[in-house]
Design a protein around this ligand. Structure first.
Ligand code: NAD
Length: 418
């Protein structure tokens, strides 16, 4: 479909087609599984601080509605397009199904650079987007959450705008909200902590001990910073970290707590004392035991896949590895991959807990949240590892197969109406 024309959407389709062949999904069922159910594009005019009016483009893609409402993040980034959002929505579907959540996948985004906007402009843009989306969202229809460039404050404005329109407070319209507005304890940390838990499981599998292991993390936002802190707490030495402006390398280790304080002031990792500067390209090929891409999609490509020097590739970002790179990594038995739809599933799992708590108006403590999170991740990891070993397929192929098969089975059981 022309409206989704984008390299990331083609990549998601390519992955789907390979798995559909493997699962022997009949040709007549494939388009129904692959193409989004609903896609919205909206024009978002706002008053800017300089007195001008600017129109931004906003998108929301709801991939399938077979298992419940759709669920997925909202991204603010200059490169957002309908095709990119559609790919991310498709991956959310397989991710939710792999974790056994009662959701279809969705994703949204606004093409903008939040770093160049004032708080007032961001608020007006967020509220305008929410207003335009009201006919298409709801706690039982589509529930948004933070993603790249968005945060708890943006979720709070979305919840407020939706609630004002409904005439009563509706916390379950978004997840990843501040805790005192009905957010869940542990949601902010869930993706990074979930990633660190799964890295721990992968270390058991390949006999690596945290006390001697090193890690490199690309991206120092929500996912990358919490992943780095959690790995450091396990005893892993963090030797490389980057953000959109550049990277740092210190083979003796970078103190992530100190880096957090530095970034809170400087808004970038660049310039942090006690580490050498590296580019993002160099960072990805640094020697380490654990490599965590936690920024953008399509970072590990056919150009750098052969040069990557880690033992565990823990995909915090969505779609960081292209299928061409995957084919190269498949030849390398030295790398254990925790694929994105498993590795970063902690975020949507705790978002599900937040939605359940909001619907019941009954809130859990943090240890209950984490305990339930790790149980679901353990189940998904074990199923994926077992399938990968029994059927001699990669971890990515196993995870995608489990997710896609569950959605296909659900569609078959529901049938085609009318
Ligand atoms: P974020 O906006 O909080 O942080 C993104 C980080 O990546 C920032 O440090 C930014 O500077 C850096 N970055 C951006 N472009 C870069 C580049 N080209 N090279 C290096 N660094 C770059 O976003 P986030 O919420 O941490 O999301 C990161 C990734 O994780 C995205 O792929 C997102 O879809 C995925 N993800 C996020 C969550 C979540 O709960 N936030 C859940 C699942 C998956």
């Amino acid at each position: 479909m022309e409206i989704y024309n984008h390299p990331t959407f083609h990549m998601a389709c390519q992955q789907f087609d390979l798995v559909a062949d493997y699962l022997d999904i009949p040709a007549q069922d494939r388009d129904r599984l692959k193409y989004p159910k609903r896609s919205m594009a909206v024009a978002l005019p706002i008053h800017c601080d300089d007195g001008t009016t600017k129109v931004f483009s906003g998108y929301r893609v709801q991939h399938h509605l077979t298992l419940g409402p759709t669920k997925g993040g909202l991204r603010f980034h200059p490169d957002v397009t309908m095709g990119e959002v559609a790919a991310l929505a498709m991956w959310m579907s397989w991710k939710c199904a792999l974790a056994g959540l009662p959701y279809g996948g969705a994703k949204g985004g606004i093409t903008c650079d939040p770093r160049k906007m004032s708080i007032g402009e961001l608020e007006r843009l967020t509220r305008r987007y929410t207003q335009e989306m009201i006919p298409f969202i709801g706690p039982q229809i589509d529930v948004m959450a933070p993603d790249m460039g968005t945060n708890e404050q943006i979720m709070a404005w979305m919840m407020d705008t939706y609630s004002i329109n409904m005439g009563h407070t509706v916390p379950s319209i978004v997840t990843g909200k501040p805790v005192n507005l009905g957010g869940s304890l542990g949601r902010r940390e869930s993706t990074g902590r979930g990633l660190a838990y799964l890295v721990g499981r992968a270390m058991d599998v390949i006999n690596l001990t945290p006390g001697t292991a090193t890690a490199v993390v690309q991206g120092f936002g929500n996912v990358g910073s919490i992943a780095a802190l959690s790995l450091q707490k396990f005893g892993v030495k963090i030797v490389g970290i980057s953000d959109a402006f550049g990277g740092l390398y210190n083979p003796k280790g970078i103190d992530v707590w100190e880096l957090e304080k530095f970034v809170a002031k400087e808004k970038t990792v660049v310039g942090f004392p006690g580490a050498d500067p590296v580019t993002n390209e160099e960072l990805l090929i640094l020697p380490c035991d654990i490599l965590v891409p936690a920024a953008m999609e399509r970072q590990i490509t056919e150009k750098n896949a052969a040069q990557i020097k880690c033992r565990i590739l823990a995909e915090g970002a969505n779609g960081p590895t292209t299928p061409e790179a995957d084919a190269i990594l498949a030849q390398r038995e030295d790398i254990f991959i925790i694929p994105d739809i498993l590795c970063n599933a902690g975020g949507v799992i705790v978002s599900y807990f937040e939605w359940v708590q909001d619907l019941q108006s009954f809130f859990w403590n943090e240890s209950e949240v984490m305990d339930k999170l790790f149980r679901i991740l353990e189940g998904a990891f074990t199923q994926t590892l077992n399938m990968s070993r029994k059927q001699n397929i990669s971890m990515r192929f196993a995870a995608l197969s489990l997710g896609i098969k569950r959605v296909h089975d659900a569609k078959k059981l529901r049938g085609l109406f009318p």
